[in-house]
Design a binder for this molecule. Structure first.
Ligand SMILES: Cc1cc2nc3c(=O)[nH]c(=O)nc-3n(C[C@H](O)[C@H](O)[C@H](O)COP(=O)(O)OP(=O)(O)OC[C@H]3O[C@@H](n4cnc5c(N)ncnc54)[C@H](O)[C@@H]3O)c2cc1C
Length: 461
């Protein structure tokens, strides 16, 4: 039987108070993750919030939703679309939870307009380290309201989130625009974000070949209709490349849900690494055969089961627009990994832990995913060099990924003073590790493809 929200809160308070009294440091378990860090939960030292997965209210008149923190984005979108609405920011992977998105600074192709998902939030309900239930808005407990986003569960436990919604049409017109250099891509991204469109992102397939994709609501039934959720559909990034190989500009209509989760099959392009690991040819037929293994939820199960995240450099980097071109040259020279994802973000002046808390007219997120590194030392060295390159460029990493900073290096990029003040006011140190302790990776992982397979058995496949 399903528990009411009040019962879940009471159980959570009880559990938290026990840890608070015993002064035990805990981690927050929510049943899944889109982080690449290995999950190492000790059952005696964790707070389980996985049951907080209900939608409490969708208000079609006032355009907001009230959801428990562990509601996945696809569940929320399914419910809001029934009223012709969507959240203003929907992160690309359907299994990302609203709470995880707030805590992890999730953004996507509408973020040039709205910022990361947390910037569309109106209120948080939290359970603090001492077991108190508090509400935080821009006016009430403002330090908590602005401190929670991107704190990675190091301040309080999020239980409920109120976030904004907007009306949407059934289909999105997506315009694919071929570009022939990083500079052309950046120029076009900057120009398009100043026009009346809803979505902008880009993929670079090589230094001299890329596509900028611009989305807007459409009711034009003359456009060709393309979907991306069916096994027989091509992976989105492959389709995008095929499109611009044929013509410099192309337009099509995509059903809104297919658009929002277009990168799910193949996890952008990371799923291709699975074919490489098992020496399986990567072609249309094999993508069809293994289609049910290629959704992000399943791919994450394999990644964590097999413990192979130290074999690939996977990072998202937020940069001031002026630093993007030299940084792309750096990536090309040092990692040579393609495709690269470019996603423009509105700079976030209010949330000091946010990855786009950067002083610039526009921030660009660069997704650097999949550079293969078989040797552990090479992997750590590449990550360390990348961290230094990001700092020199005035950028910030998105902290879902592996980080190897020393504490002084880390805190040079973040405002420790204001972070410590909020931690102190809400007694967070009593049970929650610091953000640094949560995101740092300080050990070598032991990979096991067999364990990866076992993790796959849990999938619907
Ligand atoms: C290859 C790759 C591509 C990505 N691409 C995108 C993208 O395109 N768009 C995008 O938005 N994001 C992207 N992400 C990142 C993703 O948005 C973040 O990892 C996000 O935080 C994931 O949310 P989650 O629900 O999986 O939470 P988790 O990653 O599991 O959790 C994030 C943090 O929040 C804490 N937490 C979770 N729930 C709670 C709670 N209720 N209360 C307090 N703390 C809590 C956890 O302890 C953890 O520290 C990408 C990640 C990868 C690896």
């Amino acid at each position: 039987m399903k528990q009411s929200h009040d019962t879940k809160i009471e159980n959570l308070q009880r559990s938290v108070r026990q840890f608070y009294d015993a002064k035990t440091q805990v981690k927050i378990y929510h049943g899944s993750t889109n982080s690449t860090r290995t999950l190492d939960f000790d059952k005696n030292k964790m707070v389980d919030v996985s049951s907080f997965d209900e939608i409490i209210e969708i208000n079609g008149e006032k355009l907001y939703a009230v959801v428990e923190a562990n509601v996945a984005l696809d569940k929320l979108v399914n419910a809001t679309l029934k009223l012709g609405l969507i959240p203003l920011v929907v992160s690309e992977f359907p299994g990302i939870t609203v709470g995880g998105a707030v805590q992890g600074g999730a953004g996507e192709s509408s973020s040039f307009k709205w910022g990361c998902l947390h910037e569309t939030c109106l209120e948080y309900e939290v359970v603090t380290a001492s077991g108190e239930v508090s509400k935080a808005t821009a006016e009430h407990n403002a330090d908590l309201f602005y401190g929670m986003p991107c704190s990675y569960g190091s301040l309080s436990i999020l239980t409920t989130i109120t976030l904004r919604l907007a009306p949407i049409t059934k289909n999105i017109q997506l315009e694919y625009l071929r570009v022939s250099s990083y500079a052309e891509a950046l120029e076009m991204i900057q120009a398009k974000t100043k026009t009346a469109v809803e979505f902008v992102d880009a993929i670079m397939f090589a230094p001299d070949k890329g596509v900028v994709m611009v989305g807007a609501p459409t009711s034009d039934s003359r456009l060709p209709l393309k979907t991306f959720h069916k096994s027989t559909d091509e992976w989105f990034y492959i389709h995008a490349e095929q499109v611009i190989d044929r013509q410099p500009i192309y337009r099509e209509a995509i059903p809104i849900k297919d658009y929002l989760f277009r990168y799910d099959r193949g996890a952008f392009w990371l799923g291709k690494q699975g074919f490489r690991l098992f020496h399986v040819p990567f072609n249309r037929l094999t993508r069809l055969w293994f289609a049910s293994l290629m959704q992000t939820r399943t791919l994450y199960r394999f990644l964590h089961g097999a413990n192979i995240s130290q074999q690939f450099v996977i990072q998202d980097v937020c940069l001031p627009s002026a630093a993007v071109l030299p940084f792309l040259d750096y990536i090309d020279k040092h990692l040579g990994v393609y495709p690269l994802w470019l996603c423009p973000l509105k700079p976030d002046a209010k949330h000091s832990l946010a990855p786009n808390h950067i002083d610039s007219n526009l921030v660009v997120n660069v997704g650097v995913w999949g550079a293969l590194r078989r040797d552990y030392k090479d992997f750590v060295a590449d990550n360390r060099q990348l961290e230094q390159a990001i700092a020199s460029a005035g950028g910030r990493k998105v902290l879902y990924a592996h980080t190897y900073y020393t504490p002084p290096e880390f805190w040079r990029s973040y405002d420790k003073k204001s972070y410590d003040m909020v931690r102190q006011r809400y007694e967070a140190a009593a049970i929650f590790p610091t953000i640094y302790d949560k995101i740092i990776v300080n050990r070598r992982l032991v990979p096991s493809l067999a364990k990866g397979f076992l993790a796959l058995l849990k999938s619907p496949f």
